[in-house]
Design a protein around this ligand. Sequence first.
Ligand SMILES: Cc1cc2nc3c(=O)[nH]c(=O)nc-3n(C[C@H](O)[C@H](O)[C@H](O)COP(=O)(O)OP(=O)(O)OC[C@H]3O[C@@H](n4cnc5c(N)ncnc54)[C@H](O)[C@@H]3O)c2cc1C
Length: 443
Amino acid sequence: IGDNKVFDSLEHRETYARDESTIKETYLPDLVVHPESTEDVAKVVKFAYEHKIPVVPRGAGTGLSGGALAIHGGIMLSFDRMKQILELDEGNLHVTLQPGVITGELHKEVERHGLFYPPDPASLDDCSMGGNIAENAGGPRAFKYGVTKNYVLELEVVIGNSEILRVGRRTKKWVVGYNMPQIFVGSEGTLGIVTEITVALIPKPPQIQTLLIAFPDEYSAGKTVSEIVKAQILPVTLEFMDRKSFDYVRDKAQNIPEETGALLLVEVDGWSESEVIEQTEKIAEICEKQNVIEIFAAFSEQDRERLWHARRILYTTLEENSQRVRSEDIVVKRELIPEVVTYVRKLEEKVGLPLPTFGHAGDGNLHVNFLYNDDEIEKVNKGVRELYQYILSLEGTISGEHGIGFLKKPYINMEQPENLIALQRNLKKVFDPKNILNPGKIF
Ligand SMILES: Cc1cc2nc3c(=O)[nH]c(=O)nc-3n(C[C@H](O)[C@H](O)[C@H](O)COP(=O)(O)OP(=O)(O)OC[C@H]3O[C@@H](n4cnc5c(N)ncnc54)[C@H](O)[C@@H]3O)c2cc1C
């Protein structure tokens, strides 16, 4: 495919030996390839298929479960040269792009046309759309607008024998054969390599208001989340932050009253200012009943950003304050959030590690963060297993958005029975008969 696309120097390979997960080991690929077209990808996979060499697709490497690590060596396929937005179809409300496009860049481009691609992982300034498809990424706006899978119309993929498939359709409706695009969404690069993506767009509501709400304790904040939903209000975001998390960013954030025990960040959008204000007033009434301490409100972009700042820098601040951070992404029914937060406080004492917790409370999706040093890994493994047992006893799930990858592979059988895992392994064989596509991930 051309020498300028293939690199084998140690220095180059080292750049791809880690991702953003907490996994401390490094995994050197044997070769790094930067394809520039679908045909390049197919040629690489054909070679790998003939010689039975692992191929690991990689977007921006922001994954938190080790999915983009070359754990068995082989070829790292980096999509940093396939970053074009190919076609924006305003009449039919969809956009077609290459997998290396950075999610935040896509947002900016479609918003220039008054359109909206809602999925907004917190990593959106860095992560790629290929990675978002592979992980079925979500973000704060998922509460109202859903996650990546809700927008995928058509994908082009290269499967394990190097065939190029086009799955799905760029039409509003489509029911011919199986729902093939969704088989690839969330498949973490193990079934096919995504080389082109068409996602649906919607018009962007012009009015938006952000509320940062301080509560005396985690229970009141959690209860408010389910009361807002019961009142049939549909905010764009309903983000939760416990005191422990907030304490890490307190000096860089809005002046929050000292007695605050938990925060909610709520965002409401609409087509008119009055529509938005009507919703925020109802939310304020609900908060009053839950002993709210203070509500900070913002309409302008600048003021809203000020309220968001603490939440945006939270994860990186945790990383700065601890040798390692293992960020869990469990999900439960949203009314169980207060119960889960109470449980996390007990778990914290039991494992003897700080567990600052925040996340997408509207979706019941919480990031329980284990802060630890390398010599405390046993405590983490024990704590994670206990957390999962508890979450599964509540009929929740061990991963809402970060995927299983390599990090959570030892735990998948806690959630899924052996026959279901076997069925999925067989499915992989159909798409990838020689097990060369991101081998050793998920199962
Ligand atoms: C600070 C921070 C905040 C985050 N916040 C969120 C959040 O709010 N929501 C969320 O969902 N995630 C979040 N993440 C996790 C991560 O950003 C997402 O999983 C993202 O989708 C990964 O995209 P990427 O391009 O970095 O993929 P990578 O890390 O490069 O790869 C992830 C997986 O996708 C596969 N892959 C990549 N490209 C392709 C392709 N073209 N075809 C097939 N498979 C491919 C890889 O093999 C790997 O299995 C966060 C991460 C960080 C570091």
